[in-house]
Design a protein around this ligand. Sequence first.
Ligand code: MLT
Length: 324
Amino acid sequence: MKTKLMLGAAALALFASQALAQAYPTKPVTWIVPFAAGGPTDALARSIAERVAREIGQPIIIDNAPGAGGTVGAAKAARATPDGYTMLVGHMGYMGAAPALYKKLAYDPVKDFAPVFRFPDTPLVLMVRNEHPAKDIQALVAFGKANPDKLFISNAGMGSSSHLIAALMATAVGMKVTLVPYKGAGPALVDVIGGQVDGMLDQTNTALPQIKENKVRALAVTSKVRLPQLKDVPTLAETVLPNFEASTWYGIYAPKGTPPAVLARVEAAYLKVMEDRAYTDKMAAQAIQLLGTDQYKGTALGQHTAAEVARWKDVAAKARITLD
Ligand code: MLT
């Protein structure tokens, strides 16, 4: 009798979650972006949210919750109700590197989240203010070495990719720079354009338009090979940092305990969007690096997240990246 009751309860629960998933979503969904509006993560998230919303039939609202390199927003998402109506726009910094950088982190990127799907990646461009004396990457490194701490590099906060890659690059070429944190790459770039700081590393989707309008000067890119959109701009690897390559990865995560059927519904909606060639061509035109379909899936994102948490422990230790 007891087994029959338990089986009945399990069947009921399964039926209820399937019914819930079929009905999902019945109201707008919120995606938390842990950086200020106007930056690369925000821009990519809003573009994908608009398309996924069309597929799932409800608006996706972007909630910008910046601070501490993105860890504030990630903690907020980890505490959210696991009902599918709040999800996190995850990122290499706070979902990969943060456990290696923050002694006390209010969430675990692997244990506290269910991976849903992965965005394409974005390489970064090293840019300087137009008036800066350095005309190329070699001159910038020479300037940095000759003037320790007098090169002011803005970034999106401790642990963001614009911070991490700037710290890695500076350590690797042997120059001491002053890293100036902001609430996101958006405001960080505004101050490069305004000349308040000397330069920054920003992701291509928001960097390219400013370079095209000559508001800043591009000195190098972090991709393995040159970008078709910036043919005259060398890679760090072919100039000052052999074999150096970096790009920012992102993905959507739900709080642990969100019904699997809901996760599958959102993943399926995204995979359908990424089949739209006109849409992905627009991404490629922003030098966004498209991935293989399997890499976009939740399971692959979960594996990637765990591997990145391990990798950054090693990278941070070797580069002695600590948070001041
Ligand atoms: C970063 O890691 O630098 C971010 O992507 C910044 C941002 O999106 O604002």
